[in-house]
Every structure is written in structure tokens, then in C-alpha cells.
Design a protein around this ligand. Structure first.
Ligand code: TTP
Ligand code: MG
Length: 357
């Protein structure tokens, strides 16, 4: 770090699962919507995954037994969890966010940290950038999010939760302690229900109470965690935004309606799968280096064959040409094929790639 003050964003989608559902079915908008287990008219056994803000007015919340949600709000629209769909939307959103950051870290399905230090000068510019991000997500995905801006991950994360939905909260370094002081200790990362109870017993309810508490007593009571808690309460967090390479590969498989030895057809299918994979890769702003094909014969014997290119690319032609090359050996065997698949991996973000050139 060159001494420049860090500027970190935390972006968190608003009522994510239900927002995606409402996007698919606009007629639900304005009504309470709950995604989770089947309520079975109050006899269901699972939990609420999430609910929209209309349902929250009735006291419904994530993690609550679905039977309790039914009691609180029987008139809500209840929907099952369509995880594949949310994951797909999540990947697209992460693709948008990734290009705005020097360093990017996905945190759960609908959240991410962005280190934007080199992209802006000061908090005003950071705020403009955050508006731009919110706008792009709204235009491209039709979804709102809340953004927190702070000098570190801890403060950014708490800030994104401060005004929800569709919020934007900026906390300057000099205002950190004032911002945190009135909030419940539970808001701090790593403070779970148990620690919260223990802190309560010694009279600590807010982050301010914790910041003012004698650090030696905290260490006596909580060990190493006591010291950590003390730092957090003062808004100190030096952890870096870490590139985790969350998405390791993107692939598509298809099982033929009937086992086939029509190799023209197999090649055409692989071309189509490559197009689909390529679409996903582009959406996420990735370049790739490794291409793998999968072939399953009629007796379920399955083979994969991969190749790492001598260059990084984001071009469909490169993908299709490599897939053709890789599959040749399997086609020569004249055996009936049941399934084929295409996978790309070894990603570099396209932004980074541009900077490297
Ligand atoms: P959150 O970001 O915690 O919640 P949210 O996006 O629904 O609402 P908010 O506007 O307050 O951010 O979680 C993201 C998604 O993760 C959420 O839409 C559903 C899922 N989830 C569960 O399945 N179970 C849970 O207990 C929680 C907290 C979330
Ligand atoms: Mg969320």
C-alpha cells in the first residue's frame, strides 16, 4: 500500500431471493412475498430463506420457521427456493461489480467487497462511483442494492446495512467511531448471539459501550477475542479485500435424447454448448486459459480431455476450435455417445487482462 487511505465498498443486494422472484413475476410486486419451505397451511417444517420488505412489516424474517411466518402473514405469496436461478443472477451481478474494483471479494451469494482505492479521489468521488454501480445493476438486472462506503471492510459492511433497501451510506474515517457507537454489538462481524449475551451480562449493549470498556478486562473475559473485539469496536480492521476466485469454472453438459454416432450432430451440439459457456464467461467479464471437453459413451464410461492454451482469451472462436480439437480422439472410436460437455477454467478478469496488455 502506498499510504493512500483505503476506500472500500460493501454491496449487498436487497431482499435478494424475493427480488429475483418479483422480477420474474411483476404481479407479485407490492404484496408480501416469502421464499422458503412449503408452508403447508401452517404445518410446514422448513424455514424462511428470505422475504420482501412488505412481509418484513408483519415481522417475518430469514431463518424463521415457515409455520411461524404463516401465522404472522398467511396472505403472503409463498414461493419455493429456486437456487439455480439466484446463482445465475448472482454471477451476473458479480460480473458487473468486479469491473469496478482493484480488488474484489465475493461474500455470500448477494454480497461483495470492492477495494476502489485507486479508482477514486476521496469520498465524494466514491459516492459518485457507488451511484454508477447502483444504476448499472438496476438497468442491467432490474434489482436494487445497498452500498456501504468506509475505510475498511468492517465499516463498509455495517454501512451497507444502515439504510436498506436501495441505500447508500458513506462513513468517513474521522466519523467511524461516532457512526458505530449507537449500534448494537451484534452488528460487528464475528459477534454472534452467544457473545452478545456474554457482553450484555457485563453491561455492554452498544458498540460504543464496548469501545469504552477497559480493554484489559475484556481480554481477561474473552481472551484473544477480547482484544479483537476492542479493535472492532473502534472501527479498526486491516484485513484486505481478497480475490478468492470464487468461480473456478463455467460449464455446460447435455445428454442426447438418444445415444448417437452422428458426429456432425455431436460437433454442432458442442458448438452450441460453447456458445452458451462463452455467453456466461463474457457476462462475468472473464478471460480463460483452459478448455475441457467431456464425453460419456452409451455404457456410461466417461472421459474428460483438457488443454491449457498458451494465451489468455475471451473469444468464442478460440473456444470452439479447441473443443473440436479435443473431441476428435473420442469421435474416431466410432462408439455411441450419450452426453457431451464443455468447460472453461483458469480465469483472469477481463479488466485485469486489459491492464496487463
Ligand atoms: P441477506 O443479504 O442476509 O438478506 P436479503 O438479501 O434477503 O435481505 P437484505 O435486503 O436485508 O439484504 O441474504 C441474501 C440471501 O441469502 C437471501 O435473499 C436469502 C438467503 N438467506 C437464506 O437462505 N437464509 C438466511 O438465513 C439468510 C440470512 C439468507
Ligand atoms: Mg442482501
Amino acid at each position: 500500500m502506498n499510504g493512500k487511505k483505503r476506500i472500500i465498498f460493501h454491496v449487498d443486494m436487497d431482499h435478494f431471493f424475493t427480488a429475483v422472484e418479483e422480477r420474474q413475476r411483476p404481479e407479485f410486486k407490492g404484496n408480501p412475498v416469502i421464499v422458503g419451505a412449503d408452508p403447508k397451511e401452517g404445518k410446514g417444517r422448513g424455514v424462511v430463506s428470505t422475504c420482501n420488505y412488505e412481509a418484513r412489516k408483519f415481522g417475518v424474517e430469514s431463518g424463521m420457521p415457515i409455520s411461524r411466518a404463516w401465522k404472522l402473514c398467511p396472505e403472503a405469496v409463498y414461493l419455493p427456493v429456486n437456487y439455480e436461478l439466484y446463482k445465475k443472477v448472482s454471477r451476473e451481478i458479480m460480473g458487473i461489480l468486479r469491473k469496478y474494483a482493484d480488488k474484489f471479494e465475493q461474500w455470500g451469494i448477494d454480497e461483495a467487497f470492492l477495494d476502489v482505492t485507486s479508482r477514486v479521489n476521496g469520498c465524494e468521488e466514491a459516492e459518485v462511483l457507488a451511484h454508477q454501480i447502483k444504476m448499472e445493476i438496476l438497468e442491467k438486472e432490474g434489482l436494487t442494492c445497498s452500498v456501504g462506503i468506509g475505510p475498511n471492510k468492517l465499516v463498509a459492511k455495517i454501512a451497507s446495512d444502515f439504510q436498506k433497501p436501495d441505500g447508500l451510506t458513506v462513513v468517513k474515517e474521522e466519523d467511524v467511531e461516532k457512526f458505530l457507537a449507537p449500534l448494537r454489538v451484534r452488528k460487528l462481524l464475528w459477534v454472534g448471539r452467544k457473545t452478545e449475551q456474554k457482553l450484555k451480562r457485563i453491561g455492554i449493549n452498544t458498540i460504543g459501550d464496548l469501545a469504552n470498556y477497559d480493554p484489559t478486562v475484556l481480554t481477561e473475559n474473552f481472551g484473544v477475542m477480547g482484544t479483537q473485539l476492542c479493535l472492532l469496536a473502534h472501527g479498526i480492521d486491516r484485513s484486505e479485500v481478497e480475490e478468492r476466485g470464487e468461480v473456478k469454472s463455467i460449464s455446460r453438459d447435455i445428454t442426447f435424447e438418444e445415444d448417437t454416432d452422428d458426429f456432425e450432430f455431436v460437433l454442432k451440439t458442442l458448438d452450441r454448448l460453447s456458445e452458451e459457456v462463452h455467453k456466461d464467461v463474457s457476462k462475468q467479464n472473464f478471460c480463460f486459459k483452459t478448455v475441457t471437453v467431456k464425453v460419456r459413451y452409451e455404457n456410461f464410461e466417461t472421459h474428460t480431455h483438457g488443454k491449457t492454451l498458451p494465451f489468455v482469451t475471451d473469444r468464442l472462436q478460440d473456444l470452439q476450435k479447441t473443443v473440436k480439437e479435443l473431441v476428435q480422439d473420442y469421435l474416431r472410436l466410432n462408439r455411441k455417445i450419450r452426453l457431451v460437455g464443455v468447460r472453461v477454467s483458469n480465469f483472469v478478469s477481463a479488466e485485469k487482462q486489459k491492464r496487463l496488455i
